[in-house]
Design a binder for this molecule. Sequence first.
Ligand SMILES: Nc1nc2c(c(=O)[nH]1)N[C@H]1C(S)=C(S)[C@@H](COP(=O)(O)OP(=O)(O)OC[C@H]3O[C@@H](n4cnc5c(=O)[nH]c(N)nc54)[C@H](O)[C@@H]3O)O[C@H]1N2
Ligand SMILES: Nc1nc2c(c(=O)[nH]1)N[C@H]1C(S)=C(S)[C@@H](COP(=O)(O)OP(=O)(O)OC[C@H]3O[C@@H](n4cnc5c(=O)[nH]c(N)nc54)[C@H](O)[C@@H]3O)O[C@H]1N2
Ligand code: SF4
Ligand SMILES: [Mo]
Length: 890
Amino acid sequence: MAETRTTCPYCGVGCGIVARQEADGSVAVAGDPDHPANRGRLCSKGSALAETLALDDRLLHPLVNGRRVAWDTALDLVADRFRETVRRHGPDAVAFYVSGQLLTEDYYVANKLMKGFIGAANIDTNSRLCMASSVAGHRRAFGSDTVPGLYEDLELADLVVLTGSNLAWCHPVLFQRLMAAREARPEMKLVVIDPRRTMTARAADLHLALKPGSDVALFNGLLAYLAAAGAGDTAFIQHHTTGIQEAVVAAGADDTEATSIATGLPVVQLRRFYDLFCRTGKTVTVYSQGVNQSSAGTDKVNSIINCHLFTGRIGRPGMGPFSVTGQPNAMGGREVGGLANQLACHMEIENPEHRRIVQDFWQSPVMAQRPGLKAVDLFAAVRAGRIKALWIAGTNPVDSLPDADGVRAALSACPFVVVSDVARHTDTTACAHVLLPAAAWGEKDGTVTNSERRISRQRAFLPRPGDARPDWWIFAEVGRRMGWAQAFAYDGPAAIFAEYAALSGIGNDGRRDFDISRHAGMDAAAYDGLAPFQWPSPAGAASGGETRFFADGGFFTADRRARFVPTAYRPPAEAVTAEDYPLVLNTGRVRDQWHTMTRTAKTPRLMSHIGEPFIELHPDDAVACGIGPAGLAIVESRYGRAIVRALVTDAQRPGCVFVPMHWTDRYAARARIDAVVNPHADPVSGQPELKHTPVRVRPFGAAWYGFAVLTARPAEIGAGYWAIAPVAGGWRLELADTETPASWEAFIGELCGLPAESGHEVLAYHDAAASRHRFAVFRDGRLVAALFVSPDPVEAARGWLSEQIGQAFADPQERLRLLAGRAGAGRADRGAIICSCFSVGLNQIVAAVTQGGCLTVDEVGGLLQAGTNCGSCRSEIGKVIDGVRVQNAS
Ligand SMILES: Nc1nc2c(c(=O)[nH]1)N[C@H]1C(S)=C(S)[C@@H](COP(=O)(O)OP(=O)(O)OC[C@H]3O[C@@H](n4cnc5c(=O)[nH]c(N)nc54)[C@H](O)[C@@H]3O)O[C@H]1N2
Ligand SMILES: Nc1nc2c(c(=O)[nH]1)N[C@H]1C(S)=C(S)[C@@H](COP(=O)(O)OP(=O)(O)OC[C@H]3O[C@@H](n4cnc5c(=O)[nH]c(N)nc54)[C@H](O)[C@@H]3O)O[C@H]1N2
Ligand code: SF4
Ligand SMILES: [Mo]
């Protein structure tokens, strides 16, 4: 039994993990009790990591036009095509599009190859969709992309403001740390600013459900209020900042009524928030995609930072603006220069001295002289034919970029597309000429940086399957074959990290924030043993300290002062129109899925929480659009459309709808929501407005709805709507169409690929008058398929039915009960799964409250274990308890 300390490959909390390889080859993961980010905790996604390691669906060999080739053939082809394209069309005719899920070493090599050797800066990353506005806001205010604080500040604060962040679902372990701190100090206040009532908002003392996109008005209002109240930290403002006058003027008069109109928030709520902020010194403002993914994202960031600079609340325990990063290495990618407008080690491409430092260090023949294209523009250039060779690594842009059908069209128009991925079948790999098999989490070594600047090792604990290779190796091999053997002669990630660390210290002397030169020249053994540390960690420092930035100024501008940035509120790029597109589409994440689901959808446990793409809409809008509960809705914009299940809920503001970003063509007929999302971007950061697209919603017009469970995934699904999810013994499938099949027997035959040979028993029930049909198919007495068809959304115990796949049904009575779609006596229906760690369902929790007398989340945990492992579901259990008690009371 071998134990390996590594880091979670999902979110930017960066939890430490202990992976244990058991004697039988299986893997178990647990939280690393010694890692400072999580101290042993994990969330539902982290806890389920071992279930995502199966090799089915892995890309295991290089493929050229779908044909398996040797590495040499694939690498030579890529190097030749890139070299040839540069020779004929210049360096701007090629591009890399990479990812915050690459390790720092991978990123370093890709960036060096493009910016220092190909000599252009057309390398951008999916962090453009994620962090670019925070980067730009930080650079405008601080002169550098510095996150000043530490996670601990969330625990030390007296007021935590979470804005545009669904921390409970997206940074669950950090949220748990916050909840634990609040339990210990109940006087600590939590304010959540989000147009939706999320699971995070449910935990708040005050939830401000602001009008989407109105954050700048809200924080300008706060600055004006603070100024009017004389709450400024005069000494800090005087000694460490410039531009206060302009910012206060831009914020406008202290007029809460006007702010109320701009934000759609009641005056009393605004006053409560402003007053709380004004009188609470220890305040942290955490922000994420509701702030960044906006055409005013950079201004949103600066409007927040302005309030912290004004009160001097920065870089001190329990105080500061805090941008939480999404991907495991979003921060590392920023540090290493993964964005088209940055150089390695937080150096700037526009700065001639920085260019010279990097060029000398790399001894590079040609250095990029100006910023390259940012993601949205980069794909527009591909579509326009200006970029003729494109290499995508570790990201799935056909699903995750806005105007995603346009992205797909761009890739099919591009003469040469290379994709490095771990999955064989994604919507992006389908568009590639060359597929390169990357080593996955658990198979590769390197470092990542989390949201609090902590650099941790990811370590391999599994053999590399097939021909899979680490991303750094793939980039370096192409670099060598393009003619730069010396510059890309790395023998492992340790050598890359050592080089990177050395570069961070050159010409630095405290003039740049990012300095890890203490690790320059680190050898492989030291790298293997590297414990998590925070930067800065300059040469000569005793250790990586737990450092905060800026308490006493020392910003990275020329005069070492921070800049107040005047921010004027402007509405989102596209406005809703009453006649065509009356609703605002907001998009984001659900608790148990990760982005485009290439890994999290492999585990039935994570799919059991939410297994189908959905649209949340307010009851009034549902009525106006003619959509009933659990009906199917078409969501369409000027750009494209999607078909998803309707969830009618007053957690939405009227006029606003929400669809998760996760579903792809692999798991649903037509739910790629980014096909609907508009491609407008922030003018400073280039980050697209993924949270605001005018749309209309109308009924799908289903003639029938179906629900099926199957042992095998069908090759083809002949229905206009479908969504599929794995379950323990097979698959569950939602279906609907506008036309009714001629024969239901033929339909189910196709679904489960019934062979002509006998051996199957089909049990059928038809209520032709009511258009209801039910089928159960048995083989050797075991259930292999069931299908329920009805003119309305199917009512059946889905979780229970999914558990019956493969079960023996000898008793004819039991078989009939199965056809009823309901659990029989002795076969309990758990209901929709709430706790994915222990597979505890809604019905069980309701019973624990109504029959078991449980009144609190802990009591439910005591009875059912629910919520006692990772704790990600605790707020949902709380919501169920509240719901049951409200029902009982009324
Ligand atoms: N479960 C899970 N966790 C993840 C990920 C995942 O895929 N799944 N991905 C990771 C990544 S890469 C990222 S970037 C993070 C993202 O983490 P978050 O940013 O927390 O998540 P999102 O759901 O994208 O959006 C956050 C919230 O912004 C709100 N919002 C929308 N418009 C506005 C607005 O105008 N103003 C304000 N104030 N709020 C608004 C949305 O309603 C939403 O609840 O999550 C990380 N963690
Ligand atoms: N509508 C809408 N769109 C969004 C967002 C939103 O909130 N709303 N959020 C945006 C944000 S913040 C983000 S971060 C992006 C995320 O979007 P993507 O980056 O496109 O999403 P992922 O599914 O994480 O894609 C990662 C890909 O890399 C592969 N992979 C995994 N590990 C490795 C590895 O080690 N090496 C290589 N080469 N490949 C690997 C996976 O199989 C997968 O195909 O989506 C953005 N798009
Ligand atoms: S909070 Fe969850 S997803 Fe994020 S790093 Fe920790 S275990 Fe992984
Ligand atoms: Mo992200």
